[in-house]
Design a binder for this molecule. Structure first.
Ligand SMILES: O=P(O)(O)OC[C@@]1(O)O[C@H](CO)[C@@H](O)[C@@H]1O
Length: 399
């Protein structure tokens, strides 16, 4: 039974709200393209002994991002036709700042991989330009502490464990490298920073069937995600889990299948409860109760209203599709500036099946915020609560 939806916010239809663009100088989207992306290109260039050809291509990308226009992928890119169909034909030739923010950001990462030869046959093919940053995250004293804390949690009742692991997965989203490489973002994991909390609805959707978890970042976000998955599989709260990751490196820290293996090995190498969870996850993957998918659409520049039919069917059949992180949230609500008080159920009405999100707020779009909460946050923080990574939300809609 679908939650009652107030049609008022969409009297003009769910696409009435304006799409986020990057053309307003000084805005958050503008700063991502004008400041964050050049910083990421420089970090990547300095992180590898790339040859002259790659360094020239990276410098050309830097210049193109700042002053140039969106250019097609260089032939013979295997996915050129796909990007043409994803909006490239409409956007090629336009300034990066004049196309939808979601499209410009997503395509930037695809052009970055082109510059370093990620798809080009040869020694650099398949070398993840963000891997140094991802791995550095996994081997830290903080990661050791987080894993050690599981030994105490293991003695708590299953319900308490689930609540704690759900929050671990939520706040793991704060560890977003794209966010950190440009030196912004902090946040505390205390409850006061939750601007919406549908944890009860979300937990009621763990019904022992299929959980689709659409992952976000690798490293210190993916490890808590995997620990939550272990708990749900172990306690019969999910019969199987399909973990959706990216088919290639994306948004600096987004997880690929290689990152799942790194996170899994980090767990199996740990002592105590963390190691036991790692071994259970390893067995679950071997037995097909935990499967990893890397669908091309997961690196697409489009909202989830454009889901391809196979994903639409998969999500519709799941107990719940749990979307992690800010980028997935933006794609879920169309990267549109809906009024923050727009009901989550209304803004996500076209997503197939029950859907939920665990997200720290790192970009302007948000829905499902109570009017009094929005007013209090605006009064206390101005707009910072929307993009600072200091606040988070748990939102869910039954099918
Ligand atoms: O999906 P994540 O990892 O939580 O966050 C990704 C993201 O916040 O990083 C960009 C800024 O660098 C945003 O535009 C984008 O939404």
């Amino acid at each position: 039974m679908r939650d009652p939806v107030d049609p008022a916010p969409f009297a003009a239809g769910p696409d009435a709200a304006p799409v986020v663009v990057s053309s307003v100088r000084g805005s958050f989207p503008w700063s991502v393209l004008a400041e964050r992306h050049p910083a990421i290109v420089r970090k990547v260039r300095d992180a590898f002994p790339y040859g002259p050809g790659q360094r020239h291509a990276l410098d050309a990308l830097l210049e193109n991002c700042a002053e140039g226009v969106v250019e097609p992928l260089a032939e013979p890119a295997a996915d050129r036709a796909r990007w043409d169909a994803w909006g490239g034909r409409e956007h090629y030739g336009r300034s990066w700042f004049d196309v939808p923010f979601l499209w410009a950001e997503s395509y930037f990462y695809r052009k970055l991989l082109e510059a370093v030869g990620y798809f080009t046959p040869g020694p650099w093919q398949g070398i993840d330009p963000f891997r140094p940053f991802k791995l550095a995250e996994l081997d830290t004293p903080e990661a050791d502490e987080e894993l050690a804390a599981l030994d105490d949690l293991a003695h708590r009742p299953a319900g308490e464990q689930e609540e704690a692991l759900l929050h671990g997965s939520l706040w793991g989203n704060r560890a977003d490298l794209g966010f950190r490489l440009s030196g912004t973002g902090s946040g505390t994991a205390d409850g006061s920073r939750l601007v919406a909390d549908d944890a009860g609805v979300l937990r009621s959707l763990f019904a022992g069937g299929t959980l689709c978890l659409v992952a976000d970042n690798a490293g210190r976000e993916l490890v808590p995600d995997l620990l939550l998955v272990d708990h749900l599989l172990r306690h019969g709260r999910a019969g199987r889990t399909v973990l959706h990751v990216k088919p290639y490196p994306y948004y600096v820290s987004d997880a690929t299948a290689a990152d799942v293996l790194d996170a899994l090995r980090r767990l199996t190498a740990a002592k105590g409860a963390a190691g036991e969870a790692g071994n259970r996850l390893w067995a679950a993957m071997s037995e097909g109760r935990l499967t990893v998918r890397a669908h091309p659409f997961s690196c697409g520049p489009l909202p989830y209203t454009d889901l391809p039919e196979d994903l639409r069917r998969e999500f519709a059949a799941a107990d719940v599709t749990l979307l992690k992180g800010d980028l997935n949230y933006r794609r879920l609500i169309g990267d549109r500036l809906h009024p923050a008080t727009t009901p989550f159920a209304a803004a996500t009405a076209r997503f197939p099946g029950p859907v939920a999100t665990l997200r720290t707020l790192k970009s302007d779009v948000v829905v499902g915020i109570a009017p009094a909460v929005e007013a209090a946050l605006d009064a206390a923080e101005g707009d910072r609560w929307r993009t600072g990574g200091t606040h988070a939300l748990i939102q869910a809609r039954r099918g």
